[in-house]
Design a protein around this ligand. Structure first.
Ligand code: PMP
Length: 355
Protein backbone atom coordinates (compact mmCIF):
# COMPACT_ATOMS: atom_id res chain seq x y z
CA UNK A 1 0.00 0.00 0.00
CA UNK A 2 1.25 3.44 -0.84
CA UNK A 3 2.21 5.73 2.08
CA UNK A 4 0.02 8.34 0.43
CA UNK A 5 -3.15 6.53 1.43
CA UNK A 6 -2.43 7.49 5.06
CA UNK A 7 -1.65 11.13 4.50
CA UNK A 8 -4.01 13.91 5.60
CA UNK A 9 -4.89 15.76 2.45
CA UNK A 10 -6.25 19.29 2.66
CA UNK A 11 -7.01 22.10 0.27
CA UNK A 12 -5.24 25.05 1.88
CA UNK A 13 -6.56 28.56 2.33
CA UNK A 14 -5.41 30.92 -0.43
CA UNK A 15 -4.26 34.25 0.91
CA UNK A 16 -4.27 37.41 -1.20
CA UNK A 17 -1.21 38.13 -3.32
CA UNK A 18 1.73 39.97 -1.77
CA UNK A 19 3.19 41.71 -4.83
CA UNK A 20 6.69 43.12 -4.45
CA UNK A 21 8.26 46.11 -6.13
CA UNK A 22 7.81 49.83 -6.46
CA UNK A 23 4.66 51.63 -7.42
CA UNK A 24 2.23 48.92 -6.35
CA UNK A 25 -1.08 50.08 -4.90
CA UNK A 26 -2.05 47.27 -2.60
CA UNK A 27 -5.75 47.18 -1.79
CA UNK A 28 -6.16 43.41 -1.65
CA UNK A 29 -5.51 42.08 1.88
CA UNK A 30 -7.15 44.63 4.20
CA UNK A 31 -3.87 45.72 5.73
CA UNK A 32 -3.54 49.18 7.25
CA UNK A 33 -2.27 51.84 4.84
CA UNK A 34 -0.54 53.51 7.81
CA UNK A 35 2.52 52.44 9.78
CA UNK A 36 2.24 50.92 13.26
CA UNK A 37 2.45 53.10 16.40
CA UNK A 38 5.83 54.84 16.86
CA UNK A 39 6.42 52.91 20.11
CA UNK A 40 6.41 49.63 18.15
CA UNK A 41 9.24 50.90 15.98
CA UNK A 42 11.18 51.98 19.06
CA UNK A 43 10.85 48.59 20.80
CA UNK A 44 11.95 46.72 17.68
CA UNK A 45 14.91 49.06 17.29
CA UNK A 46 16.04 48.87 20.91
CA UNK A 47 15.30 45.19 21.60
CA UNK A 48 18.17 43.50 23.46
CA UNK A 49 18.93 40.40 21.35
CA UNK A 50 20.71 38.79 24.32
CA UNK A 51 17.26 38.19 25.83
CA UNK A 52 16.43 35.83 22.99
CA UNK A 53 18.38 32.98 24.57
CA UNK A 54 15.42 32.61 26.97
CA UNK A 55 12.06 31.14 26.03
CA UNK A 56 9.28 33.71 25.84
CA UNK A 57 6.61 33.89 28.54
CA UNK A 58 4.29 30.94 27.89
CA UNK A 59 1.40 32.96 29.35
CA UNK A 60 1.96 35.62 26.62
CA UNK A 61 2.95 38.31 29.13
CA UNK A 62 3.28 41.26 29.11
CA UNK A 63 0.80 41.55 26.25
CA UNK A 64 -2.01 39.62 27.89
CA UNK A 65 -2.10 41.95 30.91
CA UNK A 66 -1.85 45.04 28.71
CA UNK A 67 -4.89 43.92 26.69
CA UNK A 68 -6.79 43.07 29.89
CA UNK A 69 -6.13 46.56 31.29
CA UNK A 70 -6.97 48.35 28.03
CA UNK A 71 -10.26 46.53 27.55
CA UNK A 72 -11.04 46.49 31.26
CA UNK A 73 -11.43 42.73 31.62
CA UNK A 74 -9.72 40.24 33.93
CA UNK A 75 -6.57 38.63 32.57
CA UNK A 76 -8.24 35.21 32.84
CA UNK A 77 -10.63 36.32 30.10
CA UNK A 78 -7.91 37.06 27.53
CA UNK A 79 -6.12 34.72 25.12
CA UNK A 80 -3.28 35.76 22.80
CA UNK A 81 -2.11 33.94 19.66
CA UNK A 82 -0.08 34.26 16.47
CA UNK A 83 -2.57 36.31 14.47
CA UNK A 84 -6.27 35.66 14.75
CA UNK A 85 -5.83 32.79 12.29
CA UNK A 86 -3.92 30.96 15.02
CA UNK A 87 -6.52 31.88 17.66
CA UNK A 88 -9.35 30.74 15.38
CA UNK A 89 -7.64 27.47 14.42
CA UNK A 90 -7.09 26.73 18.11
CA UNK A 91 -10.71 27.63 18.86
CA UNK A 92 -12.01 25.29 16.12
CA UNK A 93 -9.88 22.50 17.58
CA UNK A 94 -10.99 23.20 21.15
CA UNK A 95 -14.67 24.08 20.86
CA UNK A 96 -16.05 22.36 17.80
CA UNK A 97 -16.13 18.75 18.94
CA UNK A 98 -19.77 17.75 18.85
CA UNK A 99 -20.02 14.04 17.93
CA UNK A 100 -22.69 14.56 15.28
CA UNK A 101 -24.10 18.08 14.91
CA UNK A 102 -22.48 20.36 12.30
CA UNK A 103 -21.06 23.78 13.03
CA UNK A 104 -22.76 26.66 11.22
CA UNK A 105 -21.35 29.64 9.35
CA UNK A 106 -22.47 31.84 6.42
CA UNK A 107 -22.04 30.74 2.79
CA UNK A 108 -20.26 34.00 2.01
CA UNK A 109 -17.68 34.56 4.72
CA UNK A 110 -14.02 34.29 5.66
CA UNK A 111 -12.82 31.46 3.43
CA UNK A 112 -10.59 29.95 6.11
CA UNK A 113 -13.51 28.51 8.10
CA UNK A 114 -14.23 25.58 5.80
CA UNK A 115 -10.47 24.92 5.54
CA UNK A 116 -10.15 24.49 9.33
CA UNK A 117 -13.34 22.45 9.45
CA UNK A 118 -11.89 20.11 6.79
CA UNK A 119 -8.48 20.01 8.47
CA UNK A 120 -9.94 19.06 11.86
CA UNK A 121 -12.70 16.93 10.32
CA UNK A 122 -15.46 19.00 11.86
CA UNK A 123 -18.82 18.59 10.12
CA UNK A 124 -20.17 21.95 8.92
CA UNK A 125 -23.20 23.38 7.20
CA UNK A 126 -23.12 26.75 5.47
CA UNK A 127 -26.10 29.09 5.86
CA UNK A 128 -26.97 31.32 2.89
CA UNK A 129 -26.89 35.07 3.43
CA UNK A 130 -30.01 36.86 2.18
CA UNK A 131 -30.08 38.73 -1.16
CA UNK A 132 -28.59 41.80 0.51
CA UNK A 133 -25.74 39.70 1.92
CA UNK A 134 -27.14 39.90 5.46
CA UNK A 135 -27.04 37.14 8.06
CA UNK A 136 -30.38 35.38 8.49
CA UNK A 137 -30.60 35.08 12.24
CA UNK A 138 -33.12 32.22 12.18
CA UNK A 139 -30.55 29.97 10.46
CA UNK A 140 -28.48 29.93 13.65
CA UNK A 141 -31.25 29.09 16.08
CA UNK A 142 -31.44 25.38 15.19
CA UNK A 143 -29.44 22.66 16.97
CA UNK A 144 -25.75 22.84 16.03
CA UNK A 145 -22.24 21.90 17.10
CA UNK A 146 -21.09 25.53 17.22
CA UNK A 147 -21.44 28.82 15.39
CA UNK A 148 -18.85 31.13 13.87
CA UNK A 149 -19.74 34.46 12.26
CA UNK A 150 -17.49 37.43 11.51
CA UNK A 151 -18.85 40.83 12.52
CA UNK A 152 -18.56 42.82 10.33
CA UNK A 153 -18.72 39.91 7.90
CA UNK A 154 -15.97 39.46 5.34
CA UNK A 155 -15.80 40.01 2.43
CA UNK A 156 -19.14 41.85 2.57
CA UNK A 157 -18.33 44.36 5.34
CA UNK A 158 -21.93 44.05 6.61
CA UNK A 159 -22.37 44.66 10.32
CA UNK A 160 -24.96 42.79 12.39
CA UNK A 161 -26.18 44.24 15.71
CA UNK A 162 -24.80 42.80 18.96
CA UNK A 163 -28.45 42.11 19.89
CA UNK A 164 -28.61 39.51 17.09
CA UNK A 165 -25.63 37.68 18.59
CA UNK A 166 -27.26 37.82 22.00
CA UNK A 167 -30.36 36.09 20.60
CA UNK A 168 -28.17 33.47 18.89
CA UNK A 169 -26.32 32.92 22.18
CA UNK A 170 -29.55 32.52 24.09
CA UNK A 171 -30.72 29.90 21.61
CA UNK A 172 -27.43 27.99 21.83
CA UNK A 173 -26.53 27.35 25.47
CA UNK A 174 -25.00 23.98 24.52
CA UNK A 175 -22.66 25.23 21.81
CA UNK A 176 -19.80 27.70 21.61
CA UNK A 177 -20.52 30.81 19.55
CA UNK A 178 -17.50 32.57 18.06
CA UNK A 179 -17.76 36.16 16.83
CA UNK A 180 -14.76 37.01 14.64
CA UNK A 181 -14.29 40.75 15.18
CA UNK A 182 -11.27 41.20 12.88
CA UNK A 183 -12.83 44.46 11.56
CA UNK A 184 -14.82 45.71 14.55
CA UNK A 185 -12.55 48.70 15.23
CA UNK A 186 -13.77 50.43 12.07
CA UNK A 187 -17.11 51.41 13.52
CA UNK A 188 -19.01 48.39 14.80
CA UNK A 189 -20.63 47.51 18.11
CA UNK A 190 -18.53 44.81 19.75
CA UNK A 191 -19.84 41.70 21.50
CA UNK A 192 -17.03 41.98 24.06
CA UNK A 193 -19.35 42.97 26.95
CA UNK A 194 -21.58 39.96 26.26
CA UNK A 195 -18.72 37.70 27.37
CA UNK A 196 -19.58 38.70 30.98
CA UNK A 197 -23.01 37.14 30.62
CA UNK A 198 -22.54 34.28 28.18
CA UNK A 199 -20.01 31.66 29.20
CA UNK A 200 -20.11 30.10 25.71
CA UNK A 201 -19.13 33.24 23.75
CA UNK A 202 -15.65 33.75 22.28
CA UNK A 203 -14.84 37.13 20.70
CA UNK A 204 -11.77 37.02 18.46
CA UNK A 205 -9.76 40.09 17.40
CA UNK A 206 -6.55 40.95 15.57
CA UNK A 207 -3.74 43.52 15.44
CA UNK A 208 -3.44 42.97 11.67
CA UNK A 209 -5.94 45.58 10.49
CA UNK A 210 -6.74 48.42 12.91
CA UNK A 211 -3.38 48.27 14.71
CA UNK A 212 -1.37 48.12 11.48
CA UNK A 213 0.63 45.03 12.49
CA UNK A 214 -0.22 42.26 10.02
CA UNK A 215 3.48 41.41 9.73
CA UNK A 216 3.98 40.88 13.47
CA UNK A 217 1.15 38.31 13.78
CA UNK A 218 -0.91 39.05 16.89
CA UNK A 219 -4.45 37.87 17.49
CA UNK A 220 -6.40 37.76 20.74
CA UNK A 221 -9.69 36.63 22.14
CA UNK A 222 -12.06 37.36 25.01
CA UNK A 223 -14.27 34.84 26.74
CA UNK A 224 -15.30 33.45 30.10
CA UNK A 225 -12.39 32.23 32.26
CA UNK A 226 -13.60 28.65 31.71
CA UNK A 227 -13.61 29.03 27.91
CA UNK A 228 -10.21 30.73 27.86
CA UNK A 229 -8.75 28.07 30.12
CA UNK A 230 -9.90 25.33 27.67
CA UNK A 231 -8.26 27.28 24.86
CA UNK A 232 -5.01 27.60 26.84
CA UNK A 233 -5.02 23.85 27.55
CA UNK A 234 -5.32 23.07 23.83
CA UNK A 235 -2.58 25.60 23.03
CA UNK A 236 -0.19 24.09 25.60
CA UNK A 237 -0.92 20.65 24.16
CA UNK A 238 0.15 21.93 20.77
CA UNK A 239 3.05 24.32 21.30
CA UNK A 240 3.62 26.32 24.49
CA UNK A 241 5.69 29.05 22.88
CA UNK A 242 3.97 30.24 19.75
CA UNK A 243 4.30 33.94 20.63
CA UNK A 244 7.88 35.22 20.51
CA UNK A 245 9.17 37.69 23.11
CA UNK A 246 9.90 40.50 20.63
CA UNK A 247 6.31 40.43 19.40
CA UNK A 248 4.94 40.35 22.94
CA UNK A 249 6.88 43.54 23.82
CA UNK A 250 6.13 45.36 20.57
CA UNK A 251 2.43 44.49 20.83
CA UNK A 252 2.25 46.21 24.21
CA UNK A 253 3.32 49.49 22.61
CA UNK A 254 0.59 49.21 19.97
CA UNK A 255 -2.03 48.90 22.72
CA UNK A 256 -0.56 51.72 24.86
CA UNK A 257 -0.71 54.34 22.13
CA UNK A 258 -4.44 54.81 22.12
CA UNK A 259 -4.31 58.26 20.51
CA UNK A 260 -2.42 56.88 17.52
CA UNK A 261 -4.79 53.91 17.25
CA UNK A 262 -7.78 56.25 17.14
CA UNK A 263 -6.08 58.54 14.67
CA UNK A 264 -5.39 55.82 12.09
CA UNK A 265 -8.73 54.05 12.46
CA UNK A 266 -10.56 57.41 12.14
CA UNK A 267 -8.57 58.15 8.98
CA UNK A 268 -9.49 54.79 7.44
CA UNK A 269 -13.16 55.33 8.28
CA UNK A 270 -13.14 58.84 6.76
CA UNK A 271 -11.49 57.54 3.57
CA UNK A 272 -13.99 54.66 3.43
CA UNK A 273 -16.96 57.01 3.60
CA UNK A 274 -15.48 59.27 0.91
CA UNK A 275 -14.73 56.18 -1.22
CA UNK A 276 -18.39 55.13 -1.04
CA UNK A 277 -19.36 58.49 -2.58
CA UNK A 278 -16.71 58.23 -5.31
CA UNK A 279 -17.71 54.65 -6.19
CA UNK A 280 -21.41 55.55 -6.26
CA UNK A 281 -20.65 58.43 -8.63
CA UNK A 282 -18.90 55.93 -10.93
CA UNK A 283 -21.98 53.70 -10.96
CA UNK A 284 -20.81 51.04 -8.50
CA UNK A 285 -23.11 49.52 -5.93
CA UNK A 286 -21.87 48.13 -2.64
CA UNK A 287 -22.83 46.97 0.81
CA UNK A 288 -22.77 49.53 3.61
CA UNK A 289 -19.38 48.43 4.85
CA UNK A 290 -18.37 49.09 8.45
CA UNK A 291 -14.93 47.58 7.89
CA UNK A 292 -11.71 48.69 6.18
CA UNK A 293 -12.82 47.45 2.76
CA UNK A 294 -15.72 47.91 0.35
CA UNK A 295 -17.41 45.02 -1.44
CA UNK A 296 -18.47 46.48 -4.71
CA UNK A 297 -20.01 45.59 -8.04
CA UNK A 298 -20.81 47.38 -11.31
CA UNK A 299 -23.76 46.24 -13.38
CA UNK A 300 -22.07 47.18 -16.69
CA UNK A 301 -18.54 45.90 -16.17
CA UNK A 302 -17.36 42.45 -15.24
CA UNK A 303 -15.57 42.35 -11.89
CA UNK A 304 -13.12 39.81 -13.22
CA UNK A 305 -12.16 42.00 -16.17
CA UNK A 306 -11.86 45.02 -13.91
CA UNK A 307 -9.73 43.05 -11.49
CA UNK A 308 -7.37 42.05 -14.28
CA UNK A 309 -7.20 45.54 -15.79
CA UNK A 310 -6.43 47.02 -12.37
CA UNK A 311 -3.77 44.42 -11.74
CA UNK A 312 -2.08 45.24 -15.04
CA UNK A 313 -1.84 48.80 -13.78
CA UNK A 314 -0.32 47.68 -10.49
CA UNK A 315 -3.51 48.23 -8.50
CA UNK A 316 -4.29 45.06 -6.55
CA UNK A 317 -7.80 44.37 -5.25
CA UNK A 318 -9.42 41.01 -4.42
CA UNK A 319 -11.77 38.98 -6.60
CA UNK A 320 -13.18 35.48 -6.04
CA UNK A 321 -14.44 33.20 -8.78
CA UNK A 322 -17.18 31.90 -6.51
CA UNK A 323 -20.95 31.63 -6.86
CA UNK A 324 -22.91 34.75 -5.83
CA UNK A 325 -19.81 36.95 -5.48
CA UNK A 326 -18.00 36.53 -8.80
CA UNK A 327 -19.11 39.96 -9.98
CA UNK A 328 -17.77 41.72 -6.89
CA UNK A 329 -14.45 43.31 -6.04
CA UNK A 330 -13.27 43.67 -2.47
CA UNK A 331 -11.35 46.90 -2.27
CA UNK A 332 -9.30 47.50 0.89
CA UNK A 333 -9.20 51.12 2.03
CA UNK A 334 -5.80 52.67 1.31
CA UNK A 335 -4.53 56.19 1.85
CA UNK A 336 -6.50 59.01 0.22
CA UNK A 337 -3.81 59.21 -2.49
CA UNK A 338 -4.05 55.49 -3.23
CA UNK A 339 -7.83 55.64 -3.43
CA UNK A 340 -7.63 58.65 -5.75
CA UNK A 341 -5.35 56.65 -8.08
CA UNK A 342 -7.94 53.85 -8.06
CA UNK A 343 -10.81 56.24 -8.84
CA UNK A 344 -8.80 57.90 -11.61
CA UNK A 345 -8.19 54.50 -13.19
CA UNK A 346 -11.85 53.49 -12.91
CA UNK A 347 -13.00 56.82 -14.37
CA UNK A 348 -10.71 56.34 -17.35
CA UNK A 349 -11.76 52.69 -17.77
CA UNK A 350 -15.43 53.65 -17.84
CA UNK A 351 -14.91 56.66 -20.14
CA UNK A 352 -12.91 54.54 -22.61
CA UNK A 353 -15.90 52.21 -22.83
CA UNK A 354 -18.20 55.07 -23.75
CA UNK A 355 -20.14 55.69 -20.59
N1 PMP B 1 -10.80 36.85 10.37
C1 PMP B 1 -11.17 37.51 9.26
C2 PMP B 1 -12.63 37.73 9.02
C3 PMP B 1 -10.22 37.97 8.36
O1 PMP B 1 -10.59 38.61 7.24
C4 PMP B 1 -8.85 37.77 8.62
C5 PMP B 1 -7.80 38.31 7.68
N2 PMP B 1 -7.44 37.49 6.64
C6 PMP B 1 -8.50 37.06 9.78
C7 PMP B 1 -9.50 36.62 10.63
C8 PMP B 1 -7.09 36.69 10.10
O2 PMP B 1 -6.26 37.76 10.35
P1 PMP B 1 -4.90 37.61 11.13
O3 PMP B 1 -4.52 36.15 11.17
O4 PMP B 1 -3.94 38.44 10.38
O5 PMP B 1 -5.16 38.14 12.50
Amino acid sequence: MSWEANVRKVTPYTAGEQPKGQGVIKLNTNESPYPPAPGVKRVLHEYDADLLRRYPDAGTEPLRSELAAYYDVEKERVFVGVGSDDVLAMAFLTFFNHPSLPILFPDITYSFYDVWAELFRIPYQVQALDDHFRIKEEDYLKPNGGVIIPNPNAPTGELAPAAMFERILRANPDAVVIVDEAYIDFGGESCLRLTDRYENLLVVRTFSKSRALAGLRIGYAFGSPKLISCLQDAKYSFNSYTMNSVTLSAGVEAVRDDAYFREITDKVVATRERSKKELAALGFSFTDSKSNFIFSSHEKYSAKELFEALREHNIYVRHWDKPRIDNYLRISIGTDEEMDALFAFLREYITARGN
